[in-house]
Design a binder for this molecule. Structure first.
Ligand code: GLU
Length: 476
């Protein structure tokens, strides 16, 4: 099959091309392949909201790419350039992502065409509630059908408005809290959801470094992230947690941070928290940050030499126009679709390894899955077993000490702690990310037709979706 790798296509076409490439390594009938790759349904809505005495019309979408498993899952994006093509591409990525990491959901995504910076808080609340109402009316929100979550431009605050709108329209639904994830903990959210995507990226990178063959292929050395030179594009939720954890827990060196209003560079390493605090107090920008070299054209920093380049914001930042200039050894896709299909072909020729989005940013939806389970089971993780585990550990410690062995105090403290919700969430996330990377690399190294982790990941995901359809009797 010849795929147009030499020209830039739309985001959705780019995702479809990745899918087609993976299909060439599988044995799935054409008709089924077509069904899997295309979006099942998409709802477009226009609705009015009175803003400062004037009626403004807003336009939004919710796409369901696959519903081989329900509910369909995926974030809602609020952005000034969102469109149907993008929402469909993102919905497709959700299907592959969930299948790959064994999160039993179909794939969905929503978008609202809006620049949130232009509206007051209470205006945003009215707009969000109205959009949620439109989606609820058409069954595009509900714990059993379709469960939104945060994405670009949305967070806990918007999820709280959505769940509260849902609750007022579906007050008899005992599982109403499970209609959306990424909620504040006080409204049925789960510990560790805010950091989840970033922490998942780090867990994924740690797993990569546990495999010497893979590290060598990327032209890197060592078995850890310590001292690795990292460039981060986007210091939003995903970029911030990724960068911060890499710096604090893994001793990686963050040499550049790229933002919408410019980029910062320091070969000796930036202090991520300090930059983040500056950004918070500076209308979300990094201009004027005094402790690093500033570049007005932040994109030029993507082309700097580094070990790991982490695009953590927008799609298509690495494209045909800059792919040949990228000098990173490894690209870790924390955002959705940051490397275009055309760019990937160029990067492959240069020997640059990519850890793909469908795998690497799956931490968010993985912890969303834990949150949804918590909502449906109506109980916090760890509530039943934590103290029991502690008393069992106490017995073991007593037995060891009774046999004449003295244990150091710190060890006793660690041993005698039962797992809390955050411990369990992180452990479940770590396990998910480790296992999925092992599956991907196994497929990659075992099949000569597969030239990238992305193709391996997509092949694994598509295979699982196809198996679901086959089990339902849709094919062969
Ligand atoms: N928006 C996130 C993503 O793109 C999270 C989706 C979710 O938790 O459902 O993966």
């Amino acid at each position: 099959m010849s795929l147009p790798a030499d020209k830039e296509v739309s985001f959705r076409e780019s995702v479809n091309l990745c899918c087609d490439l993976a299909m060439t390594t599988l044995d799935i009938p054409d008709g089924m392949a077509k069904y899997i790759r295309n979006v099942n349904n998409v709802y477009q809505v226009r609705f009015p909201v009175k803003i400062k005495g004037q009626v403004e019309t807003f336009i939004g979408w919710r796409a369901v790419h696959s519903d081989h498993k329900l509910p369909a899952k995926g974030g809602i994006r609020f952005a000034p350039n969102v469109n149907q093509d993008e929402v469909e591409a993102l919905a497709a990525l959700m299907s592959y992502k969930c299948a790959l990491v064994d999160v039993p959901f179909g794939g969905s995504k929503g978008g609202l065409l809006i620049d949130p910076k232009k509206y007051e808080r209470d205006e945003m609340e009215r707009i969000t509630r109205r959009f949620a109402f439109e989606l609820i009316q058409k069954d595009y929100i509900g714990s059993a059908t379709n469960v939104p979550a945060p994405d670009m431009g949305t967070g806990q605050r918007e999820m709280a408005w959505i769940v509260s709108t849902y609750a007022s329209h579906r007050h008899g639904d005992i599982n109403q809290l499970g209609c959306v994830t990424g909620k504040p903990v006080s409204m049925g959210g789960i510990q560790g959801r805010v950091e989840a995507t970033g922490r998942g990226v780090v867990f994924g990178l740690r797993e990569f470094f546990r495999h010497p063959e893979d590290v060598k292929k990327a032209g890197l050395q060592g078995n850890s992230l310590e001292g690795k030179k990292v460039i981060i594009q986007g210091l939003g939720n995903v970029g911030y947690y990724t960068a911060n954890i890499l710096q604090q827990e893994d001793q990686a060196k963050i040499i550049a941070i790229l933002e919408w209003d410019g980029g910062l560079y320091d070969p000796n390493g930036l202090d991520v928290d300090d930059v983040f605090q500056y950004k918070v107090n500076n209308k979300g920008g990094v201009t004027g940050y005094p402790k690093a070299e500033y570049f007005e054209d932040s994109k030029s920093l993507l082309e700097r030499e580094c070990d790991i380049l982490i695009p953590a914001a927008m799609e298509a930042v690495i494209n045909r126009s800059n792919a040949s200039k990228i000098q990173a050894k490894l690209i870790a896709e924390a955002a959705n679709g940051p490397v275009t299909f055309a760019a990937e072909t160029v990067l492959k020729e240069k020997g640059i390894v990519i850890i793909p989005d469908v795998y690497l940013n799956a931490g968010g939806v993985t912890v969303s899955y834990f949150e949804w389970i918590k909502n449906l089971s109506h109980i916090r993780f760890g509530r039943m077993q934590r103290r029991y585990e502690e008393s069992q550990s106490q017995l073991i410690i007593q037995a060891i000490e009774a046999s004449g062995n003295k244990l150091p105090r710190e060890l006793i403290e660690k041993l005698s702690q039962g797992a809390s919700e955050i411990d369990l969430v992180r452990s479940g996330l770590d396990d998910t990310m480790r296992k999925a990377f092992q599956d991907i690399r196994e497929r990659y190294w075992a099949n000569d037709k597969i030239e990238s982790y992305r193709t391996a990941a997509m092949a694994l995901a598509i295979e699982k979706i196809a198996t679901s359809y086959a089990t339902m009797g849709i094919y062969p």
